[in-house]
Design a protein around this ligand. Structure first.
Ligand SMILES: NC(=O)c1ccc[n+]([C@@H]2O[C@H](COP(=O)([O-])OP(=O)(O)OC[C@H]3O[C@@H](n4cnc5c(N)ncnc54)[C@H](O)[C@@H]3O)[C@@H](O)[C@H]2O)c1
Length: 332
């Protein structure tokens, strides 16, 4: 299988993430065919949302082009036939196996057999999704983070039948989109960051539900410890920076004490069952008035741009050192 990058990318599903990915690609000059499976996506939300993201990118100095110039890279449609011109399709619909399978069927009915199809699934195993395709080896996970136009994060995930060399090519293309991507060479549920983050979420619930700390104290501790260094160097480099022998000693005593519960914590279960969804409806681990919710959303967006500038500055500075030293990385 050969990868034919003709620079037109299809996105199916224009909710929060599909819109954000469309903005990220348009920002880099990629032509995008944006498929709206639901009329309301294109009639009501997606174009305004994408244009607003692009204007913020211009205000923040991420592009010299006007939002209208960048929007001309995107063709909105509900007709899957338009995907014929794409070399890559990014599925970004609701996290539901059946809905995703229906979308793949529609995409495969119109595109050639060498077009790469990817899913932005957060947690459905890629090998499971892949097995429902007519041409399974064309399929990869492409896991983006919100907001896709500021976050450098992207996981390319190989399923059991995905050729790793094509994964490597996708990795190189994503790097040209300004991402600092990772390649998951062997499929595993949750990929890299969700596995690590959910291990942290489990321990956070354990501490709160058992009365060791309040919700706000757990948040404060995370912001001021890991939150201060993770964006700079990640976990393994941090152990190198601060003396790995100390971690070796603590692991022996602490690992047996950490939570290994496998059920959904009652704290989140109660809120979700009472229809709490956090900022979007004001009911979460904290309560929000509409004004407070708006302020948190706006400030988070401003923070994401500031982090983008800061992490780009340090990533560029350390890039040369990292690539020279890569061969010195421990191999298992
Ligand atoms: N929100 C995030 O931060 C985030 C991060 C990483 C990955 N993801 C993943 O991205 C995907 C989309 O998430 P989102 O947050 O954009 O969701 P969303 O609810 O904002 O959008 C979902 C979109 O799915 C489409 N859709 C809904 N029902 C459909 C149907 N029956 N048939 C076809 N299309 C339908 C519509 O275009 C809708 O706008 C999910 O798989 C999610 O797990 C989300």
């Amino acid at each position: 299988m050969k990868l034919k990058n003709n620079s037109t990318v299809g996105i199916v599903g224009l909710g929060l993430m599909g819109s954000s990915i469309a903005a990220a690609l348009a920002l880099k000059g990629q032509k995008v065919i944006a498929i709206a499976p639901m009329a309301s996506d294109v009639d009501e939300t997606a174009p305004d949302r994408i244009k607003s993201s692009l204007s913020k990118c211009r205000e923040e100095g991420l592009t010299a082009k006007t939002p209208d110039e960048l929007m001309s890279n995107i063709h909105f449609t509900s007709d899957y036939e338009n995907l014929k011109s794409c070399w890559l399709v990014i599925e970004c619909v609701f996290e539901d196996l059946v809905i995703k399978q229906e979308v793949f069927k529609k995409v495969e009915a119109v595109v050639a057999d060498d077009v790469i199809i990817t899913s932005n699934t957060s947690a459905i195993p890629i090998s499971m999704l892949q097995n429902h395709l007519k041409v399974p080896e064309r399929f990869f996970g492409m896991h983006w983070a919100e907001p896709a136009y500021t976050s450098p994060f992207l996981e390319i995930v190989c399923g059991e039948k995905s050729p790793v060399d094509i994964g490597e090519e996708l990795h190189a293309i994503a790097t040209n989109w300004g991402k600092r991507p990772t390649l998951v060479r062997k499929d595993i549920r949750g990929f890299i960051t969700n596995r690590i983050m959910y291990a942290m979420y489990r321990e956070a619930f354990h501490l709160v539900e058992n009365g060791y700390a309040t919700i706000s104290d757990v948040d404060r501790a995370c912001k001021n410890d890991g939150g201060q260094w993770m964006a700079f160097c990640g976990l393994f480099r941090y152990m190198d920076l601060t003396g790995l022998k100390a971690y070796h000693a603590v692991m022996k005593d602490l690992f047996p004490e950490l939570s290994n519960k496998i059920t959904v914590p009652k704290l989140i279960d109660d809120i979700a069952r009472a229809d709490g969804n956090g900022i979007s409806n004001g009911k979460g681990f904290y309560d929000y008035t509409p004004d407070e919710a708006k302020k948190w959303e706006e400030t988070f967006e401003r923070f994401a741009f500031d982090m983008h500038h800061l992490s780009t500055k340090y990533a560029n500075e350390m890039e040369e050192l990292s690539s020279i030293k890569k061969k010195n990385e421990k191999q298992l």
